[in-house]
Design a protein around this ligand. Sequence first.
Ligand SMILES: Cc1cc2nc3c(=O)[nH]c(=O)nc-3n(C[C@H](O)[C@H](O)[C@H](O)COP(=O)(O)O)c2cc1C
Length: 343
Amino acid sequence: MHTRLTRLLGIAHPIVLPGMTYVAIPSLVAAVSEAGGLGILASGGMSADECRAAIQQVRAFTNKPFGVGCSLMLPGAAACAEVAVQEQVPVLNISMGKDESLVARVKAYGGHVIATVSSEKHARSAIESGVDGLIVTGHEAAAHGGAVTSLVLIPAVRDLTDLPIIAAGGFADGRGLAAALALGADAVAMGTRLAASRESPLHEATKQMVVDKAAEDTIYSSNFDTFPCRVMHTPGGQKYTASRLSPPRVVARALRAASELNTPMGQLARDALREGPVQAVKIAYFGAATLAMRKAMHQGDHEEGVQLIGQSQGLVHDVPPVAEIIARVLAQAQEVMQALLPR
Ligand SMILES: Cc1cc2nc3c(=O)[nH]c(=O)nc-3n(C[C@H](O)[C@H](O)[C@H](O)COP(=O)(O)O)c2cc1C
């Protein structure tokens, strides 16, 4: 199935693994790229050296195109983006900010920049900054989907641009891929679906919860990391989102997370303060949230942990290998599109 996106990136299938901190690790990224999709490595929480090692690991597993995701607002992101440019990664996926000079440098070596956006306003700004494509994330998505559902946001952004669009938020099967193409997208990004794949590093108990939970078993709240964020409805998710943590507790947790992750404190403070006090507080909330995320993802602890997950968990009924998920999605999309043709 060829679209503007597959042609631009030289990939076989219009299916993308979006950046997911602690989940989109080299082995999963490579599994998706090897299966003909585009795997995007999540660089959140990595030092520059860790990011370079992870890029090299992806390259050791596959010679197919892949991407590196950088949330520009977060500490360490600029250093990881720099490494991605030095390593000349095929795709740089930027979110939470824009950087025209970075875009120009990636284009100069023949790479492509894809910006993740969750509103028409951010889409306009990303298009003006010269990116090659967009991941457009609707309300249904795990984590930071926008206020508007994919059903409306994707065609609204399509009306703004001819750039390739990757639809994200609620896409987990072939019906979703066919629907995304009908809405004007050129591919789908599947976070929740691929997080519950055999190769995903998610704890086995957490994968089973994704299978067991229904579409409505999520919470959308800005109490987690200050941005509206969708998490799984669990005791931990309920506790964490019931009210926003006080600033002293957030700073304490953020420092604990940084120390557990061996983040150099001096660099962290410089990065956090560079953008001013408001951003520094947001960064502290992000840091604190990573502790809870890791408990759910890696330990399967849903009393204290918080699991980012999308409404599409209601469409996930098993935990197959990545290649099987991709083959199924493509076959079902073809079937659905065929059935829509006049007899
Ligand atoms: C387990 C998991 C972890 C994620 N981690 C992040 C993250 O760290 N930062 C982020 O911006 N989005 C994160 N996402 C969101 C994805 O990048 C993507 O936008 C979303 O999964 C798309 O919607 P879907 O879940 O319906 O496929 C995560 C998603 C999942 C399922």
